[in-house]
Design a protein around this ligand. Structure first.
Ligand code: BG6
Length: 519
């Protein structure tokens, strides 16, 4: 038998017990926003092309601007041509998809608009289209609770989820701006919907490579036994972005890197890397373990924050030979803003597995490269034999999970340089998604929308998870609140962050390993 045939035989389908997606209507509140055009409609279109949508289905865009079904469809088609991952749009397939697309002009604050929406839904020809509803809140956080309340009042949301039909609410980030606002938001939402009906999005969880962290850890036996303080020296999680804040200055002035990236994406990746094996793959088992590990993150005192957390803000610099303006010169940013566009943290997880192992997290805008990576750096060898001869220069083994782009996994170890002299050099063993599986990587939103329609909450954030994550970052935000940035906290666009971030690792004899552009 050919080896590739054997590989095919070994492919195990794990989703045979999954709930099928039932016919339903997806209502997008805030449908004239960027997210709808860039992500949601392209994702739904691809799901429909790949026959993953149930038949029948409907999508209703709800927004304030006056539009007909036809003009909404036309607008979405233009957007799809620009943002679809396949770029070339199949006109026939688009037409088949677009026939299910509707528009409801309405004001989020006006109860009459919800009655109008209810009337539109009532006209759909199938009970399941009328009653199985995925209400997608692509609106500002201040609107989450009012929209849910009005949907409830219009009879669109049934908290008891009774009978064979279901209603679910998908909530975009940011989920609150601190622990107390998240807490209030949760309390407000659960007045009208049950926690199990709320699907809080963190789009990082929809990324293939992020999902693969659990499979990599728990479907293999050789790595997991090294995954602890006995073998791991420290962990680095980097999410770097080449872009600056661009047109999002207004939003960013409220958020900063801590709220925009650390509280959600980076802590989610940390949770998946560090959690214990769940007892099953059920949503609650997985989420229980994520919450447990987040709860084990050692709380940061003001002294810890001064030593273990670094912020930064970019000033003008060059990226790809182009001059980039500084953050303070971006549109809608105050010229004396102290908002951080970079954050680096050293966290400890106080549990049996990870006690004493530093977890370094960093993220920033206007860095030299867009790349997300998790690097597990193993302990060095004892200082004898080759290590002793190399004067402490022997590269420690490392395993890198490249989350994006050029998704893959690499192991670095030392090898002998061929020849008569004895020289040692780090070499790499690499698995690349593209080489192994071809270039197909579905967008995070495709997976997330599908899971929400199927009612599987594994890839969504539970209430206690979001609150625990805010509990980790809140003290940092508070300690920065009234302190202006110092010179050591600025970095030039196109560099890897402020010098203070280097010092953060140097305290323990570590250095950042910057993601490399893959050839
Ligand atoms: C979003 C942040 O959640 O994630 C953005 O608001 C950031 O500021 C983006 O650019 C990064 O996502 P991705 O998928 O491009 O890594």
């Amino acid at each position: 038998m050919q080896e590739d045939q054997l590989d095919q035989l070994l492919t195990c389908r794990l989703d045979s017990g999954r709930k099928a997606v039932e016919p339903c209507t997806i209502v997008i509140f805030g449908a004239s926003g960027d997210l709808t055009a860039r992500k949601l409609i392209p994702a739904l279109y691809h799901l429909s092309v790949e026959k993953q949508m149930a038949t029948p289905f409907r999508v209703v865009g709800f927004a304030r601007r006056e539009k007909s079904d036809d003009s909404f469809r036309e607008e979405m088609k233009v957007a799809l041509q620009q943002f679809s991952r396949t770029k070339v749009v199949d006109v026939l397939k688009w037409d088949a998809f677009a026939a299910n697309l509707h528009y409801c002009q309405g004001d989020l604050t006006d109860p009459a608009s919800y009655t109008k929406l209810a009337e539109l839904l009532a006209g759909f020809p199938d009970e399941r289209l009328r009653r199985n509803l995925l209400l997608y809140l692509s609106v500002g956080p201040s609107q989450f609770a009012p929209v849910v309340e009005r949907c409830h009042a219009a009879g669109l949301l049934d908290q008891n989820d009774a009978g064979s039909c279901w209603q679910r609410v998908v909530v975009e980030k940011p989920f609150g701006r601190d622990l107390s606002s998240a807490y209030k938001l949760n309390a407000d939402l659960t007045r009208f919907v049950h926690e199990k009906q709320i699907f809080r999005i963190d789009h990082y969880l929809g990324k293939e490579t992020v999902q693969n962290i659990l499979m990599f850890r728990f479907a293999n036996s050789i790595f997991e036994r090294l995954w602890n303080r006995e073998s791991v020296d420290h962990v680095q999680i980097t999410v770097s972005e080449k872009l600056g804040v661009g047109a999002r200055g207004g939003y960013y002035e409220e958020a900063g890197a801590l709220r925009d990236m650390v509280q959600n994406h980076l802590l989610q990746v940390l949770a998946l890397v560090a959690m214990e094996p769940p007892v099953s793959l059920q949503a609650e088992s997985v989420r229980d373990e994520k919450v447990k590990v987040l709860k084990a993150v050692r709380p940061l005192s003001p002294e810890d924050i001064a030593r273990q957390v670094v912020r930064g803000q970019y000033f003008a610099g060059m990226i790809d030979n182009q001059l980039r303006v500084g953050y303070r010169q971006e549109t809608k940013v105050a010229t004396n803003s102290n908002m951080e566009t970079y954050a680096a943290l050293k966290l400890f997880i106080d549990n049996w597995r990870w006690s004493g192992v530093p977890f370094y997290l960093r993220t920033g805008k206007s860095l030299p490269l867009s790349a997300s990576e998790v690097r597990i750096q193993f302990r060095p060898t004892p200082n004898v034999l080759f290590a002793a001869k190399s004067g402490g220069k022997l590269d420690p083994n490392a395993l890198t999970l490249r989350l994006q782009p050029n998704e893959g996994i690499s192991i670095r170890f030392n090898g002998k340089v061929p020849g008569t002299s004895t020289q040692v050099r780090p070499v790499r063993m690499h698995f690349g998604y593209d080489t192994e599986f071809g270039a197909y990587t579905p967008e995070a939103y495709e997976r997330l929308l599908l899971e929400a329609m199927a009612g599987d909450a594994t890839l969504f954030i539970r209430r206690d998870e979001v609150e625990t994550a805010w509990g980790i970052v809140d003290p940092i935000r508070a300690s920065w609140a009234d302190k202006p940035l110092t010179n050591r906290e600025f970095y030039s666009a196109g560099t890897w962050g402020p010098v203070a971030a280097e010092d953060l690792l140097a305290q323990s004899g570590h250095v950042w390993r910057d993601p490399q552009p893959l050839k």
